[in-house]
Each structure stands twice: as C-alpha cells, then as structure tokens.
Design a protein around this ligand. Structure first.
Ligand code: PMT
Length: 402
C-alpha cells in the first residue's frame, strides 16, 4: 500500500485561495490517518474559503498564516518550519500561487516556505480551465517542473464555475498516493538490507550496565529509508526508546555478544550490511549474579574487549556489501579511512561526535562519505532526511566491484 510511506513523515500542506480549498480539509484528514505529521500554512485568500480553525482541528497543530507574526515565529519560525518538513504539498495551488512560486517571491508565508524548503515540493493546481490553459500559467508550470517541483494534476471535468475542462484539483486520496510515491526511491529494490542500531548494554550485575548515548535515531531512520527504497530490511536494535519502524523485521538485542550473533545470522542472508550501532568496546569480564553491594568507596571492574561485529561480517566469505559509521572527535576523515581499510569495508560515513548538535542522540547529523577513492562531505540534515540521501549514495555504489 503506497501510503504507508507517509507514516511519521512531516508534511507541510500549503493552502492557497481557490474554491478547492475545502478539499484540503479532506487531504489533511487523510494524511493524519496515514500517520503523517501535518502542519498547515494558509494564504490570506485561502482563509476566505475555509477557516484555520477547521484545519487546526484536523491537523492537531496551530495553523500558520502570517510571515511576520512574532508569536508564531517564536513557536516555529518559517525557516525552522521549512527545515522541519520532509515534503510540502501546495493544494490547491491557484494560478497566482504557482506564478508567485515560479517567480521566487517571498511576499507571504506560503511562498517563502516554498523558497526556503530543502525537501520535495509538490503542487496540486486548481483553477478555471481557461486560466489553466493560459500561456502564462503553462509557462509557469513548465518552469516549476524543470526546477523539480512535482505537479499533481490537474484533473479534467466539470468545474465549480460551470465550465468543463482541465483545472480540477485531484481528490484527496489521489494526492495522498502521489505524495507517498515521492518517498519511493526504489534504489534498493529487491535487495536485502541489515542495519544495526542503538547502543549495547554490557551487564555488570543484574541492575547495572555499561553503555553509551546512542539513541538509535540514525539506524532507525536508515531502516525506514531502506524500506522506502524497496529493500527488505532487518533492523538489529540495541535498547532504545524509539517507535518501531512500521515495515521490515526488527530483532531486539541487549549486549554486543547478542548483536554479534544476530548480525552474523542476518548477514548470511543479506546483500548490504549497515552498522550504525555504537557497540560497547568492552564488557565486564565477570557479570555478578547478585547486585554488588556498595561496601567500599572504590570499585574495580575488569573489562574485556568485545568482538568487532562489523569486521566479523566484512570477513565473511561471500559476505554482504559493508557500510560502517565512524564516530570520531578529531581528524574525522583520516581516522574514518583508517577504519574503512582495517575493517575491510566498502564504504564508511564519518561523523564528528564532539559536536553535540550532530551524532549521538541529536535529531540532525552531518557526515562525510569515505570510500577507497572518494571523500564526499554531505550537507547537515535531520537524520530522517539524511538517511534517504545515504541510502541513495549506497544504492549508487552497490554492487561492489568484483
Ligand atoms: O544512535 P544515534 O543517537 O542516532 O547516533 C548515531 C551514531 C553517532 C551512533 C552513528 O552515527 C555512529 O557514528 N555510529 C557508529 C558509532 C561507533 O561505534 O563508531 P566506531 O567508530 O567506534 O565504530 C566503527 C564502526 O564499527 C561502526 O559502524 C560500528 O557500528 C562498528 N563496530 C564498532 C565496534 C564493535 N565492537 N563492533 C562494530 O560493529
């Protein structure tokens, strides 16, 4: 079912002022049903056709109407909103709205968001058939299409003004499906992908453990992106508090040894292995059977090295294409390339974990793709969006050279 792709997606619905604005209410309702997070932006003219209150009730979020509203800017500024979105759909997109977006105008919130957006932009034209056929509208639409704006419709048929012809906005169901298909890259179609995510916990006694700050966000985002790219996915997850992906298999593990066993079993049947997990490098040599008493002021733990899961998978005969992550605090690319070679990987993504705004437990990440022959810095982005870029980069490079 294509609309599964919308689950957890952050969608801006932009509503401009046309009679089809009433259909935007049904669109928002459908997107919410598909478990998308929706923020609605309305032009002034749109509010003549349908009230912000209706859209607020349906989306469960305040409706954004003004570019220069200090209150709204304090809650979520327009640039923040543009960054927040996984996609924006302008529905209905009137002739005037399409013209303003084509011209790159920033004279209201909707047009400004279309300018600032760093995610797919789609528009569902809706207007009188003569306005649609007009050379100016056709030129604007052609320009937008060349710039990568996705045009959904219009459909042909009877219009509110009594005319018959092209210019009807697509139905909410069709728009939701078209929007969903934007997230279907197909770059890993038919491939089997295994991803490790999150931290591991190394028991000291029944109540204590050694672990780290990995939240699993990067790995979970990659699992979702891999599914969207057409892969069948196995996520091997350490203990995290994230909502489970809605598609694909998930195996829960605790310790590095658990993760090793699950990974070796899954790797034997996968084409691509992606290790985002922050595996604890050491585990206590002895795990106490009972809770250790606080009898002295110091406590000495003897630790032993955990096996390197990714190296073990990369060493398999006929093993999968192996992708690692390198968590570094300095000389990031140099150390990542060293790991690429030592662990015999096909690709590694280096992230600087000394920067708290990226890496461990943050919503954003900034990585550099490192292979034997390449060093490719990628843009900082929310992990969910970055994951789609990384999956595309992996898809472009797979299969490995023989
Ligand atoms: O989970 P988040 O909060 O979203 O944070 C994401 C992240 C920062 C954890 C992620 O982007 C990341 O960098 N993951 C790798 C963390 C790490 O352990 O890096 P490393 O440089 O120590 O290890 C290199 C590679 O070997 C990694 O792919 C790691 O999964 C793998 N490894 C390491 C040790 C080990 N015993 N087994 C392994 O498989």
């Amino acid at each position: 079912m294509p609309t599964r792709n919308l689950c957890n997606k952050r969608i801006i619905v932009g509503i401009s002022g046309g009679i089809a604005a009433y259909k935007a209410a049904e669109l928002v309702r459908r997107l919410i049903e598909h478990r998308a997070e929706v923020r609605v932006v309305m032009t002034r003219a749109a509010q003549e056709f349908i009230t912000p209150l209706t859209l607020q009730a349906l989306s469960g979020n305040p409706v954004h109407t003004e570019l220069l509203d200090t209150g709204a800017e304090a809650a979520m500024g327009h640039i923040e909103l543009a960054r927040w979105a996984d996609a924006m759909l302008v529905a209905p997109a009137t002739a005037d709205c399409l013209a303003r977006i084509a011209q790159g105008k920033g004279d209201d919130l909707l047009a400004t968001l279309a300018l600032a957006l760093d995610a797919p932009l789609a528009a569902a034209p809706a207007m009188n058939q003569a306005m649609w056929r007009n050379a100016a509208t056709q030129a604007n639409v052609a320009l937008l299409a060349r710039r990568g704006v996705h045009l959904f419709g219009p459909a042909e048929g009877p219009q509110a003004c009594g005319d018959v012809g092209p210019g009807r906005m697509l139905e909410a169901r069709q728009l939701a499906e078209r929007l969903s298909s934007l997230f279907d890259s197909g770059v890993l179609a038919g491939l089997r992908v295994c991803i490790t995510a999150g931290p591991t916990r190394e028991a000291i006694d029944p109540v204590r453990y050694i672990s780290n700050h990995s939240s699993g966000k990067m790995g979970y985002a990659l699992a979702e992106a891999a599914v969207e790219a057409g892969a069948s996915t196995t996520l091997i997850s350490g203990p995290v508090v994230l909502e489970l992906p809605h598609r694909g298999k998930v195996e829960h593990v605790n310790s590095a040894m658990d993760m090793l066993h699950a990974s070796l079993a899954a790797a034997a049947e996968c084409d691509i292995f992606i290790a985002t997990a922050a595996v604890a490098d050491y585990r206590p040599r002895q795990v106490a059977g009972q809770k250790i008493k606080k009898s002295s002021t110091t406590m000495v733990l003897e630790l032993e090295r955990n096996p390197d899961i990714l190296s073990a998978v990369a060493a398999l005969e006929h093993g999968p294409y192996c992708v690692g992550f390198a968590a570094e605090t300095d000389r990031v690319v140099e150390y990542a390339r060293d790991k690429l070679q030592r662990k015999k990987l096909d690709l590694i993504f280096a992230n600087d974990v000394s920067d708290p705004s990226i890496g461990f437990n943050s919503d954003e990440n900034l990585v550099t793709l490192v292979s034997e022959s390449e060093t490719l810095p990628l843009d900082k982005a929310p992990k969910r969006r970055l994951a789609r870029t990384l999956i595309t980069e992996i898809g472009r490079r797979y299969p490995p050279r023989a």
